[in-house]
Ligand binder design. Sequence first.
Ligand code: SF4
Ligand code: SF4
Length: 477
Amino acid sequence: MAKYDLMSDKAECFINPQNIEDVLSHARKRSQDRALVSEILEKAKKMEGITASDAALLLLNRNPEITAEIFALAEQITDAYYGNRKVLFAPLYLSNYCVNHCTYCPYHAINRNIPRKKMTQEEIKAEVIALQDMGHKRLALEAGEDPFHNPLEYILESIDTIYGIHHQAGSIRRVNVNIAATTVENYKKLHDAKIGTYVLFQETYNKKEYERLHPKGPKSDYAYHTEAMDRAMKAGIEDVGIGVLFGLHNYAYEFVAILKHAKHLEWKYGAGPHTISVPRLQPASDINLADFKNGLPDDIFLKIVALLRIAVPYTGMIMSTRESEHIRRQALKIGISQISGGSKTTVGGYAAHDNTTSKTAQFELSDERTLDEVVNWLMTLGYVPSFCTACYGKGRQGVDFMSICKQKQIHNFCTPNALLTLAEYLSNYASDADGIHSTKYIGAQLIEAELQQLPETMRKVVRARMEEAIKGNVKFV
Ligand code: SF4
Ligand code: SF4
């Protein structure tokens, strides 16, 4: 049996089943030990992260007072590292052709109930223009795995198309890419195409369960999939995004494993994952949720979000429109730093203004509000919606980004940048149809209040740049 070794690039060593079972067994035995739990919470209050073992122990603790403390601490850490900024993005589905047989996804190869569609470059242009007209600056590209329909050349051409479109005041400044695990050579090509984060969800870290859920297709190779981020980092991609699909397997196992994966990347490559995503299984075509016995109730799901924030404070956390407004509101408070808004999970859904009626959707949306409505909602909750991508344009990625983030310096960059990009959004895209409830009006008030909190010299600079940004004279990278 393979030995546990976080520095190895072998999946069975850094995600070592015996080690995870040992961590969970210790957590089960000691999780109700009040003195030990208090000791861990004291460590966590330093806001420098805690181990997977300590985090698992907190996860399995059943004392409601401790849970309340965990939520309060997660809120403080979110505030210390991210302030009240929340980054917005949208997914863009290029193609739903797929040769894999993932049993939880409607794009699986043998689903005959959905029409298959792959966008042409002209169709992608129309989608991107629709997204730019909403005000989006960050996209997450999604495509099924299909070497014939969606070869890497198609993905690279699409990225090039997207970066090349500038419709009116619009531009996409960061294209994150969520495509199948691939080779170092292909990751190098993605790196050269200037992608943002390379995102790949593990789905489940449990090998046996993984193999059962992926009976056929290239994705059925557990080790190749689990080691994808190592290959991506070796190819020079500095920002990688990991995640599991909660609901497929036992949540405590997945929780420990994702923290081990994060630690492995941090120790081996100097920077942990740029983001962790927390999708939960959702209803979709040809998927019967009753077949999955590990559904995660809201309270445990939110506790996982809070504990991830405590365990890896400097890692961004993403929540999509799979989750309802109600859950997103709670999760934003305790750790989520990026959310999607105005999303369509269909191929071609933005230009067609279509999601629910199309059968090409990957999953049902729980939050169907427009981007303007989401921006408005965030601001009424006291958040500053941010379209900022400044770090990436300046090459602050991977290790550089993490070291600034760990020193909580991100605040000094982010607040002014967030305000500038919000001002740009308000001036070009926000609605003003609803008087004092309009996005424009609420945004103007919010920006003024935020400016008042900046030191005077910085306030003057930001105000001047804001005026230029509104006129379109500031070049955002
Ligand atoms: Fe294909 Fe990805 Fe869906 Fe699996 S999860 S069927 S690889 S699109
Ligand atoms: Fe993100 Fe950097 Fe912009 Fe802050 S300044 S929001 S870290 S891109």
